[in-house]
Design a protein around this ligand. Structure first.
Ligand SMILES: Cc1ncc(COP(=O)(O)O)c(C=O)c1O
Length: 342
């Protein structure tokens, strides 16, 4: 029997319908910019996000890194929320590839005042100039957290007032849209660049996109080639992403319901803490009151449940297309039993 896999929403396998769409995709050479399915996807993403243009790239990491690079020069600074993926989980590439300094805020989300306080500008030659504010919505390490919309609007306005760009890491913008109860283009509103992933909640095997103004996306396209991300018959992946947009966007709502069900079942369990009221999307953070996350993760694996540690005493469970309500509740029983015996 396949294990119940709650490690991430990236573990999904393409469905038969998606594989068929991939097999039948009309393709060209995307480095020559003549893959019709890639064009179709890019137009669709731009339309969904309300931007002039979009660019298919292989991964969310590459999307963030190119997006931030295209707003900056080496030696510039970026303001980033606590534990954001582009800083914590992209192998130091902001420093390694773009030569950027970072100002990390105290919490996952932050305020316009914090942006103003962190900003460095002007002619003082001592300073690294702050060029971008990067926001993650939903926030992965924050437990699938949706930003407060008024707070976010303030942050974007502050960035623009200070002459900075605002970047959205919208790897899970589909979850954010459902979590907020608004369209993706409203989640993306005001940002100068947006990265999105098709390979997370939407269930595509590969692919992300950067969206923004036409001239900005042209710069990103050049960087994509520089970073080695220029793909040839990429229409095969674009077809999977288009299929995912058509068939899997609405159903992320089910993942949110499953995450809440998991949290509610675990809320009463011994030796751990979960707050169901905090579950806004598809990620559940479980704080252990005894034992270590690594040991619980190992025991769960032996019992057929895959769940990753997200800190010494914290586990992260992510719901997705390949785990249903019954699977989630079975996994909850296993985790609750292991915790109770700690
Ligand atoms: C918020 C966020 N941004 C970016 C990424 C990077 O995506 P990829 O794994 O496709 O590089 C992830 C991956 O989990 C993520 O959670």
């Amino acid at each position: 029997m396949r294990p119940l896999d709650l490690r991430s929403d990236t573990v999904t396998r393409p469905t038969p319908g998606m594989r068929k769409a991939m097999a039948e995709a009309e393709v060209g050479d995307d480095v020559f910019d003549d893959d019709p399915t890639v064009h179709k996807l890019q137009d669709r993403v731009a339309q969904l996000l309300g931007t002039e243009a979009a660019l298919l790239v292989p991964t969310g990491t590459m999307a963030n890194q190119i997006a931030l690079r295209a707003h900056t020069q080496h030696g510039d600074s970026v303001i980033i929320g606590k534990d954001a993926h582009c800083w914590r989980s992209e192998a130091g590439s902001l420093a390694a590839l773009s030569g950027l300094q970072t100002h990390i805020t105290a919490d996952y989300t932050f305020t316009a005042d914090e942006v103003r306080a962190a900003f460095k500008g002007g002619d003082d030659p001592h300073l690294s100039l702050t060029r971008v504010v990067a926001v993650e919505n939903t926030h992965n390490a924050g437990g699938g957290l949706c930003w407060d919309r008024a707070r976010l609007a303030g942050v974007i306005d502050a960035a623009h007032d200070l002459g900075m760009a605002a970047h959205l890491d919208g790897a899970r913008i589909w979850n954010a849209a459902v979590g907020h109860g608004i369209a993706e283009r409203e989640v993306a509103a005001g940002f100068d660049s947006v990265s999105v992933c098709f390979s997370k909640g939407l269930g595509a095997p590969i692919g992300s996109a950067i969206a923004g103004r036409r001239d900005y996306i042209r710069r990103c396209r050049k960087l994509l080639k520089m970073y080695g991300g220029g793909m040839r018959q990429a229409g095969i992946f674009a077809a999977a992403a288009l299929y995912a947009l058509d068939h899997h966007r609405e159903r992320v709502r089910d993942d949110h319901g499953n995450a809440r069900a998991l949290a509610e079942r675990l809320a009463g369990a011994r030796n751990l803490r979960v707050d169901p009221a905090r579950i806004q999307t598809n990620i559940v953070m479980i704080e252990l009151e005894r034992g270590t996350a690594a040991a619980v993760s190992q025991q769960a694996r032996e019992a057929g449940v895959l769940i990753n540690a997200s800190g010494p005493h914290r586990l992260r469970a992510v719901t997705h297309l390949d785990i249903d309500r019954a699977g989630v509740l079975r996994a909850a029983e296993v985790i609750a039993d292991i915790a109770a015996a700690l």
